[in-house]
Write a protein that binds this ligand. Sequence first.
Ligand SMILES: NC(=O)c1cnc(N)c2cc(Br)sc12
Length: 312
Amino acid sequence: MNVESKIKTLTEQLNHYAHAYYTLDNPIVEDAEYDRLYRELVALETENPNLVRADSPTHRTGDVVLSGFKKYTHDYQLYSLQDAFSKEELEAFDTRVRKEIPDPEYICELKIDGLSLSLVYVNGVLETAATRGDGSIGEDITEQVKRIKDVPLVLSEPIDIVVRGEAYLPRRNFQKLNLEREEEGLPSFANPRNAAAGTLRQLDTKVVAKRGLATFLYQEASPATNDTQEEVLEYFEKLGLVVNDQRAFATDITEIWNFIEKVAALRDALPYDIDGVVIKVNQLAQQDVLGFTVKFPKWAIAYKFPAELAET
Ligand SMILES: NC(=O)c1cnc(N)c2cc(Br)sc12
């Protein structure tokens, strides 16, 4: 096997193992075996820098210390969601929707308490990752996001797509981080969201790699290639993006409220923080019919849980 084929095989093998470990949470090799193959790849890439592939896992390490954050103008506006704090507000939302969509089907998803991020893939390769900013202009955090191990550097298909999601710090990594900071005499982070935000603002990317951020992707920002939000989420998983597995369908407020109560009961047992449930009209064509107000999409609403007691 020539060097180029060897590098291709090693890269694919390591990415397959990393996808199983970080995205599917289902390790299929021992760490020692992964490390042995990784060292073999680093050696071959060092001898043949011109053969390093865009999807090489070695892009996720290496100590890049940036001097600051470049601004990034989003091609697609990142909107916010209107909030609801009661069942009555959800009923008002449903009434407004029914004025234009007589019998809507809703999809309900968890509202992840992290940091919004936009991922721009060109020909299937991660080109830019950026924060939401004011919705139009964010900050380029590409090098930082490359250190989030469940973010694919290359999708399973060579497509151009802009996806939106949330970067978050799993609770176990949050507790581990605060223990380390306590031992170093540093102030602890108040909650996983602040820790995630602080981590993505690190200019030393080695720090990002160490902290163990993760993602959930939930929105196709570029023109839709699917008919429903459910199909978007299934498509994202096929591409190699991480999608949250908790979701439900509803045709009325009673079913929506049942899901909200189910999520409220399992919230504390989740390995990540959530601050509510997002309810969306599932048919993308119906989302287009409803459109946007000046600030929010008219086809979605975020039910917010009462604030949890401060993280202990
Ligand atoms: N599932 C979703 O759509 C979702 C989850 N978590 C979030 N923090 C947000 C924010 C917007 Br805006 S949508 C959304």
